[in-house]
Design a protein around this ligand. Structure first.
Ligand code: C5P
Length: 221
């Protein structure tokens, strides 16, 4: 057997990061959470008060950011220019703004370069929106992971906790809006690659879904 790359794409809240991390652990592969990278750029752009729709300004910033992903106990640690920003990336403010930053060509170009360099030696499980279609079109295994909008909203709601200051209905609307922006953008939109396995995680346990993907991974390696 040899090392392969595994791309896991899908809409918000489908369980990509949980599944991708567990698949990586099972295969002793490296997990790369590309959403966290777009979130990190968004965080820094907001901190610097940049206009989030400005391709040049935000692209310039993205180029200056050294983004390092480290394995963490529960989720991935994200180090930006030496600062651990992991705990700042999942706020409602970042959720609401990240898709605008992720539309920018300059930002996508820079993130895709970084992501491809991380996958050069293979043995990577990468999750995102455009991994199977754009970043790693030659990935040996591609998964498009979905669940019903209600189930996805429910999962995020549990993650945020009851003190998040948002209702389940409102959260479902915000997730739908983020998916719409991600699907309708011009560059590398959220889309199932023609050669991706469609996996619907609605009503299935994480272990079941992970087991299925690991089996495919072993078969492809
Ligand atoms: O996966 P996560 O929900 O953390 O992704 C946050 C946002 O980052 C997505 O809604 C999308 O706008 C952007 N993203 C992207 N391409 C990727 C990963 C994430 O555009 N490969």
């Amino acid at each position: 057997t040899h090392l392969i790359n595994i791309a896991i794409d899908g809409p918000a809240g489908a369980g990509k990061s949980t599944v991708a991390r567990m698949v990586a652990t099972a295969l002793q592969y490296i997990y790369v959470d590309t959403g966290a990278m777009y979130r990190a750029v968004t965080l820094k752009a907001i901190e610097m008060d940049l206009p989030l729709e400005d391709n040049d300004k935000v692209g310039q910033l993205a180029k200056q950011l050294d983004i390092v992903l480290l394995p963490g106990a529960k989720s991935q640690r994200v180090i930006v220019n030496g600062e651990d920003v992991s705990s700042l990336l999942r706020s409602l403010e970042i959720n609401r703004n990240v898709s605008y930053v992720a539309r920018l060509e300059s930002v996508r170009q820079r993130m895709a370069d970084l992501q491809r360099s991380m996958a050069l030696e293979k043995g990577v499980v990468m999750d995102g929106r455009d991994i199977g279609t754009h970043v790693l079109p030659n990935a040996e295994l591609k998964i498009f992971l979905t669940a019903t909008p209600r189930e996805r909203a429910n999962r995020r709601f549990m993650e945020l906790g009851p003190d998040a200051g948002i209702t389940l209905d409102q959260l479902e609307k915000e997730i739908a809006e983020r998916d719409r922006l991600d699907q309708e953008r011009e560059i590398a939109p959220l889309l199932q690659a023609p050669d991706a396995h469609l996996v619907d995680s609605t009503g299935r346990t994480v272990d079941e879904v992970v087991g299925e993907i690991v089996q495919w991974g072993l078969a492809a390696a």
